[in-house]
Design a protein around this ligand. Structure first.
Ligand code: NJP
Length: 237
């Protein structure tokens, strides 16, 4: 209660639900999205009774915008206890249909975005000798899928980056973990939320609950990773 969280990619989908669940816990929020929709989401959260919601329109792939995201959050709340790197793009296309621009944009948002988020918040968390960084990666960071080569490659990159960081920053009292969901009913890759054919997929609350569980681990406990997938999804273990 009273702690401060930044949630990226909170305009819709998983990030929006993470923001709502953290607000329910009494956390103060900075919610981030690249489109003006982020202001609508902030209005909705405020309407639900959560007062401390700061909307920041920023592209996580831009070094300057991520820096100002942290500065605005610190200006408003003086501290950051939790960063949730959730913003991400999906792309499910054959290699023939995947353009070089698709590839670059996916890496900019999914990988560079996570790098910049971590870089920008670390000095503050190191100074306070506390903080938690949770990244929404994917179960495809563990195996491969056809028609998802670029997307899968970004999530493998995130896993490698985050795993290394987790070990580096432990000495500063900073916890780092990833949530790796399978198929979640969201707007990813131009989909719609709530479609009948996705009713047995993970729901956004499932992933948000995992974030809450990871973020509320007692001081002596580190949850490195949570993997969750729909019961109907064939998951190679
Ligand atoms: O996607 P979606 P999800 N800078 O499309 C924002 C991972 N995941 O909730 O920019 C800042 O509903 C965008 O807002 P806006 C996935 O890889 C998912 O499913 O304003 N924000 C929106 O709020 C990703 O890392 C599944 O349009 C940016 C949000 O991101 C995370 O879950 C499976 C941005 C995307 O909402 C959330 O994705 C899995 C930018 N440059 C992992 N670009 C799944 N859904 O099945 C986009 O394994 N956003």
């Amino acid at each position: 209660k009273g702690q401060v969280a930044i949630v990226t990619g909170a305009s819709r989908g998983i990030g929006k639900e993470i923001a709502a669940k953290l607000a329910e816990l009494g956390m103060k929020l900075a919610i981030v999205g690249s489109s003006a929709d982020i202001h609508e989401t902030a209005k909705e959260l405020k309407k639900s009774g959560f007062e401390d919601v700061l909307a920041i329109q920023a592209d996580v792939s831009s070094e300057g915008q991520v820096q100002s995201m942290i500065e605005k959050t610190l200006q408003q709340y003086k501290q950051v206890d939790l960063l949730v790197n959730n913003a991400g793009l999906g792309l499910f296309k054959s290699i023939e249909d995947t353009t070089f621009d698709d590839w670059k944009r996916l890496f900019e948002v999914n990988v560079q975005g996570v790098f910049l988020g971590v870089k920008s918040v670390l000095p503050h968390m190191k100074e306070r000798k506390s903080g938690t960084i949770i990244t929404i990666s994917s179960d495809v960071a563990r195996y491969t899928i056809p028609n998802g080569s670029a997307y899968t490659a970004t999530k493998y990159a995130v896993q490698g980056f985050i795993g290394s960081i987790a070990q580096e920053v432990r000495e500063y009292g900073i916890k780092v973990g990833t949530i790796n969901p399978g198929m979640v009913d969201t707007y990813i890759a131009g989909s719609q939320q709530g479609l009948e054919e996705k009713k047995d997929w993970l729901q956004v609350e499932d992933v948000a609950n995992a974030v809450v569980y990871m973020a509320s681990a007692p001081k002596h406990m580190l949850i490195d990773e949570i993997i969750l997938h729909p019961f109907v999804q064939n998951y190679p273990i």
